[in-house]
Design a protein around this ligand. Structure first.
Ligand code: SF4
Ligand code: MG
Length: 331
C-alpha cells in the first residue's frame, strides 16, 4: 500500500529555552492510502499536539523543533508540509487534509445558515465554480452525511449536536481531501451517537476513498473502526500494530492497561481494571521508559534507559518496551 502522509522524526515543544517542554518526541508514523489509522492515549499523551503539529495548526507557545511531514498528492511530487508557505498551507488544509477538531460542532457560525457555511468553503477555494454548482455540491455533501435537504436552510441551533457534527464532517469533505483527521470528534456526544457517526464516516471513506487519522482516548472504538492503531504515551508512540493485533495481543503494558480501561464492544468481556496512577506531567517526565512509575511489569533497565520503537519480530508491528528486545529499529 502506498503512503499518503509520512511523519518523520517529528518533535514539538511548548515554550522556549529552559522553560521548554517536549510534547511530541521523535514520532514516526505513516498513513497509507485508504486506511483508517487510530491514534490512542490518555489526555496529555501528545496525540492532539501531533495532529496540530502535522497540519501546522499549533498555537503559540507550541513550536515544531524538528522533523518532516511528507505529503503525497494524488498527482505530482511529494512535499514537506512543514516547508509550505502560508498561502499554500491554507489550500493544503482544506483541499488535501481536512480536520474536524474536538468540539467542532460548536464552531459553526450561529448567525449563518448551514447552506451558507458549506458554500462559503467552496466560494473561497473554488472561485471558478458557479453559484448553482456550489449549492448542488453543498446539498450533495449534506445528503452524504445523512442530513435531509430541508435542513440546508436551518441555523446551527436548530440542529441536534449529532447533526451539527455531521455538518462539520460534510464541510471537511467538501473539497474531497485525501486525508481527514478527526480529533476526538464525538466526546461531547453519547456513545450510541459516537458509534453512528464513526460508522458513517467509515462508509463514506469506502465510497470516496480518503484516508482517516482518528484520535481518541477510547481504544475500544478504535479497535472496532480502524485498520491500524498507534498508541502514544508521554509524547512518544509506544506501540503500533494492526487493530486486531492490538486487541488480541498487545505487547506494551500501557496498551494492555488502556484496553482494560474501556468496555469492549465485541469479543469476550474483560474486567475493567484501568491503569494505576496518572499520566506524567510534561515538565517532569520520568527517566528511562516514561511509563515505568505506573508499569506493573517494570524491571531493571526501565527507569534508566529509554526503549526505542522497534519491531519485535518479522510482523509489521512495533513496540517500545524492554520486554521486547530490539531486532530492527523503526524510522
Ligand atoms: Fe514497563 Fe519497562 Fe516496558 Fe516501560 S519498558 S512498558 S516500564 S516493562
Ligand atoms: Mg486532545
Amino acid at each position: 500500500s502506498t503512503p499518503v502522509l509520512e511523519i518523520r522524526n517529528l518533535n514539538v515543544e511548548y515554550g522556549l529555552g529552559d522553560q521548554a517542554v517536549r510534547a511530541v518526541r521523535d514520532v514516526n508514523l505513516t498513513l497509507h492510502r485508504g486506511e483508517v489509522l487510530g491514534l490512542a492515549g490518555e489526555s496529555g499523551s501528545g496525540k492532539s499536539t501531533l495532529a496540530y503539529g502535522m497540519t501546522r495548526l499549533l498555537a503559540p507557545p507550541g513550536v515544531i523543533t524538528g522533523g518532516e511531514v511528507i505529503y503525497h498528492p494524488e498527482k505530482g511530487e511529494a512535499y514537506d508540509v512543514l516547508g509550505l508557505s502560508d498561502r499554500h498551507l491554507q489550500a493544503f488544509r482544506w483541499a488535501e487534509t481536512a480536520i474536524v477538531f474536538q468540539g467542532a460542532m460548536n464552531s459553526l457560525n450561529p448567525v449563518h445558515k448551514i447552506s451558507t457555511q458549506l458554500t462559503d468553503v467552496l466560494r473561497a477555494h473554488r472561485p471558478e465554480m458557479s453559484e448553482a454548482a456550489r449549492n448542488a455540491r453543498a446539498r450533495e455533501m449534506l445528503k452524504l452525511v445523512g442530513i435531509a435537504a430541508d435542513r440546508m436552510e436551518a441555523y446551527p441551533h436548530q440542529l441536534s449536536g449529532g447533526m451539527r457534527q455531521r455538518v462539520m464532517i460534510g464541510m471537511a469533505l467538501i473539497l474531497q481531501p485525501q486525508v481527514v483527521i478527526m480529533d476526538e470528534p464525538t466526546t461531547a456526544l453519547d456513545v450510541v451517537m459516537q458509534r453512528q457517526i464513526l460508522g458513517q464516516l467509515i462508509e463514506l471513506r469506502e465510497r470516496l476513498g480518503f484516508s482517516v487519522i482518528f484520535i481518541t482516548h477510547d481504544l475500544s472504538l478504535l479497535v472496532e473502526f480502524s485498520n491500524r492503531i498507534a498508541i502514544m504515551y508521554g509524547g512518544r508512540i509506544v506501540e503500533e500494530a494492526a487493530a486486531a493485533a492490538i486487541y488480541k495481543d498487545s505487547l506494551h503494558p500501557y496498551s494492555q492497561g488502556l484496553l482494560g480501561s474501556f468496555p469492549s464492544l465485541r469479543g469476550p468481556r474483560r474486567e475493567l481494571t484501568g491503569i494505576p496512577g496518572t499520566p506524567p506531567d510534561l515538565k517532569g517526565m520520568p527517566s528511562g521508559c516514561s511509563f515505568h512509575p505506573r508499569c506493573p511489569k517494570a524491571f531493571e533497565p526501565c527507569s534508566t534507559n529509554i526503549p526505542v520503537l522497534a519491531r519485535p519480530d518479522d510482523s509489521p508491528r512495533s513496540v517500545a518496551c524492554w520486554l521486547h528486545p530490539v531486532k530492527e529499529p523503526v524510522g
